[in-house]
Design a protein around this ligand. Structure first.
Ligand SMILES: [Mg+2]
Length: 230
């Protein structure tokens, strides 16, 4: 249950405030069909995922690193015989992703409006700095937030650093997000509170094995239910 002393409510952005994973899924499908002359689509999906995970420490999260991983994966799958036309199409997949409209999820704005009267609201998101800043501007909900933090990782030490920097005590902090791995479990481990709001699609990398799940958090079906808890 949520303890009553919350002062700061932090929101994850991708798939918590707005649609994101859906665009990655569409891009992966487009990529797999572009290369379907070389491999089965299933195998292409697997290879791309492996490449992304391998490249995460170098490129971080976000679309630009994803494009570089698609290119590298395509070069390997085609044994170095990649027509320049396919390479251009991969670049276009990435540019189209960066240009997608920001679709704010249902009830997000009314919840922010209501919570902003009682709490300090912040955004704590992974991803590419420029892209996340653009999305926030396009989203029309920037005015509800006191602070935006684009983080390169969301592990315990990253949250500890953020809280220290903003002078927030863990017991006063509540995190809302769609990823158990990034938005909930590390938060509980530093003595703060978290509410899980699942999105219908989760990136394989963000999935957690149920053994590591601690029961000390609430899962809600829609962000509008947040108002029943705080
Ligand atoms: Mg998310």
């Amino acid at each position: 249950m949520i303890r009553n002393n919350v002062k700061v409510v932090a929101f994850d952005a991708d798939d918590t405030l707005w649609v994101n994973e859906t665009y990655f899924r569409e891009a992966e499908n487009e990529f797999a069909s572009l290369l379907s002359n070389y491999e089965t689509e299933n195998k292409i999906h697997q290879e791309l995922f492996k490449k992304e995970i391998k490249n995460l420490p170098l490129y971080g999260y976000g679309i630009k690193g994803f494009v570089l991983s698609m290119m590298e994966c395509a070069l390997e799958i085609s044994n170095g015989n990649l027509p320049s036309e396919i390479l251009s199409k991969i670049i276009d997949i990435g540019k189209d992703m960066l240009d997608k409209p920001v679709v704010v999820l249902d009830n997000v704005e009314s919840v922010l409006q209501s919570l902003s009267k009682k709490y300090k609201l912040i955004v704590a998101t992974k991803g590419d700095l420029l892209d996340q800043e653009k999305k926030l501007k396009k989203s029309g909900i920037l005015q509800y937030f006191h602070h935006i933090e684009v983080m390169s990782e969301k592990k315990e030490e990253d949250y500890t650093k953020l809280l220290k920097h903003l002078d927030i005590k863990p017991k006063d902090f509540l995190m809302i997000g769609n990823s158990l791995k990034s938005d909930v479990l590390p938060i509980l481990n530093i003595g703060a509170q978290a509410i899980h709001v699942p999105f219908h699609t989760t990136w394989q990398y963000e999935e957690v094995n149920s053994n590591s799940i601690n029961e000390d958090y609430i899962t809600i079906k829609s962000i509008k239910h947040l108002l029943n808890y705080i």
